[in-house]
Design a protein around this ligand. Structure first.
Ligand SMILES: [Zn+2]
Length: 299
């Protein structure tokens, strides 16, 4: 691959479908393969009604900055790519829609809530706390404004994924969905592994329930072959995106890939560091390997 080819893969081209402020979908630029990459946490368009009281740079610690761009080569390799445009601290598509923290609400939620350990850590569907443990809101949210975030931002993101996977399943009889994230190098105090230094990559398949074990193993071996240290289902197993869209019994494979932010950015300023270009080249190789894998599994 020449340097020139790499340059053209740096930036995402024009989306094929956009919901302004919510999401963008990119169709394959070549013969399609049954692979979807999606980046739920790289959005940085902060809605006007967010009404947060913490400094923006602290809120931005929730972003998986640059992850969408790291996978920009996906359409050129026949894969679909979807990215959220809103920030995950506003509403997190990687949570169950009823993983709601009653501490952020000013009224009674009309359905039964299912708060998980994420809500207990202040990072449920709508985050209550930033990593430094400061409260994000000065006032509770109304049920109506919480509902509006779910309807306007959360559901359309999941629908875009489901529609793409349904279409691919119909065409190919199987799908491979890669849920793309990044993680802090050192876990903060309310993370599942407080104080731990993270591996280069963490691959999550919810203990083998969201994709075929062969696919997880393939990604792990591909990354290890590039010299990275890789853990499976630690510190993250994958949450709602792979849980909801993965169904390996019916050949719908969903896997979560977490990249250690140390590999590509200054975690305080979110600026790319000197490792960014090397990582981008390696993520492009990973994209190529995954699309080849899906192609050979569906011939
Ligand atoms: Zn993430």
């Amino acid at each position: 691959m020449s340097e020139r080819d790499l340059d053209t893969e740096t930036v995402l081209s024009k989306p094929s479908f956009t919901i302004p402020g919510v999401l963008e979908c990119f169709d394959p630029e070549t013969k399609p393969v049954p692979v979807l990459f999606e980046s739920p946490h790289s959005g940085d368009l902060y809605p006007d009604d967010f009404a947060y009281q913490v400094p923006l740079n602290e809120l931005r610690q929730g972003e998986d900055a640059w992850v969408d761009e790291l996978y920009a080569a996906a359409p050129a390799h026949g894969a679909f790519l979807i990215r959220a445009l809103y920030p995950r601290v506003y509403i997190d598509p990687n949570r169950h829609p009823r993983d709601i923290d009653t501490q952020i609400l000013d009224g009674e939620w009309p359905e039964k809530l299912v708060p998980t350990e994420k809500t207990r850590a202040g990072v449920g569907l709508i985050w209550r706390l930033v990593p430094s443990s400061k409260a994000i809101y000065a006032r509770p949210l109304t049920v109506a404004e919480t509902r509006a975030r779910i309807d306007t931002y959360y559901h359309p993101y999941h629908e875009a994924i489901a529609q793409t996977l349904d279409r691919l399943q119909e065409m190919f009889g199987a799908t491979w969905h890669v849920d793309c994230h990044s993680m802090p190098n050192i876990a903060h105090e309310r993370a599942p592994d407080p104080g731990e230094t993270r591996p280069d990559f963490a691959i999550g398949d919810r203990d083998g329930t969201t994709c075929s074990p062969m696919f997880t193993e393939f990604i792990v071996e591909t990354l290890k072959g590039m010299g990275y240290d890789v853990r499976i289902n630690h510190p993250y197993k994958g949450v709602e995106l792979v849980r909801r869209h993965g169904d390996p019994v019916n050949r719908r494979n969903s896997v979560q890939v977490e990249i250690n932010r140390r590999l590509y950015m200054d975690e305080a300023t979110l600026e790319k560091n000197s490792g960014y270009n090397e990582l981008r080249v390696n993520i492009t190789k990973l994209v190529e390997a995954i699309t080849d894998y899906a192609k050979s599994a569906t011939v």
